[in-house]
Design a protein around this ligand. Structure first.
Ligand SMILES: [Fe+2]
Ligand SMILES: [Fe+2]
Length: 305
């Protein structure tokens, strides 16, 4: 395993320092950290019943393009019943309050990655237990963003190289936070927080590993798709749904993600709801990305050098 060295500290929402900058995330470091948390026990609650999560989720899936993706009462009922089985411990649930209060885009994003990944999991994971496990990993993938200053997270102009590096810290930070709260560095939600920016061709971050886990790959696709079609402070308008799908297709053509997940996403986007295995994806690229998009633009400044 390529070991991660933290570039910045990791702390909980209530400012409990967990690991300092420079700490190496070895099994020993994480085991020591988890041991320090051994005496604390956390109560688990159903995520859908927490605060206004269910209401907010139903509202979000009623808006385009999610209204097409989730069309059909049976589909919504089935997904909601699956999502209703997901329980999270209280310190993890509290990060939703934080995002709802402080960074509404991230709040909506984690809810939609939760719901959309549950739908795609249903197509691609045959085992019920596997589906249930997979449903519980979507909502926490970006929990590490609680360690990123809000003025950087919500910046609407190009990031400096230093700010980009701070944002990238959220994957490792999420891994530490979830290992700590779940008391297990092998917990799947912790692994997903760490690996959801990795790619199949090894071009991702933070470890540049070649992604092979199907459940993580589903989160990767839902993560990118929702980020494209949703409002963001750093661009004037979201991607049109068609353009977003073309971008996702481009990623599969470059072997950053697998075709099976893309076919499932496209199937849900079609009104006729074909089986994912029957979906033919066009290689045409006719869409135009929104103008005034600062995403991925890094500004060189004197302070970076
Ligand atoms: Fe992320
Ligand atoms: Fe995300």
């Amino acid at each position: 395993m390529n070991v991660i060295r933290l570039s910045y500290p990791v702390q909980t929402l209530d400012n409990r320092p967990l690991l300092p900058a420079g700490a190496v995330l070895s099994t020993e470091t994480l085991k020591e950290l988890i041991f320090s948390n051994k005496a604390r026990s956390f109560q688990a609650y159903p995520l859908l019943e927490y605060s206004e999560v269910k209401h907010d989720l139903l509202h979000l899936i009623s808006k385009p393009p999610y209204d097409i993706i989730f069309s059909g009462r049976d589909k919504i009922a089935e997904v909601m019943s699956m999502l209703g089985k997901v329980h999270l411990v209280s310190p993890i649930l509290q990060f939703l309050d934080y995002f709802k209060r402080s960074d509404y885009h991230t709040y909506c994003h984690v809810l939609m990655v939760f719901a959309l990944s549950a739908l795609i999991n249903r197509d691609l994971l045959v085992d019920y237990r596997e589906w249930l496990t997979a449903a519980s990993i979507g909502p926490t993938h970006d929990i590490g963003k609680t360690c990123i200053p809000l003025h950087i997270l919500k910046k609407d102009t190009p990031l400096t190289r230093a700010e980009r590096s701070i944002i990238d810290h959220h994957a490792a930070a999420g891994y530490v936070l979830l290992s700590y709260f779940q008391k297990d560095p092998k917990d799947l939600s912790a692994i997903v927080a760490r690996d959801h920016h990795e790619r199949k061709d090894g071009s991702g971050m933070p470890r540049c590993i070649k992604l092979t886990d199907r459940m993580v790959e589903i989160i990767v696709v839902c993560d990118v798709y929702d980020a494209l079609i949703s409002p963001r402070p750093y661009r004037a308008a979201p991607y049109d749904n068609r353009v977003a799908i073309e971008e996702i297709t481009k990623m599969a053509e470059m072997n950053k993600i697998g075709w099976e997940v893309v076919r499932s996403l496209v199937a849900h986007n079609r009104k006729a709801k074909p089986k994912p295995s029957e979906v033919k994806i066009s290689g045409e690229k006719r869409g135009i990305a929104p103008s005034l998009n600062c995403h991925g633009v890094v500004e060189e400044t004197d302070s970076d050098s």
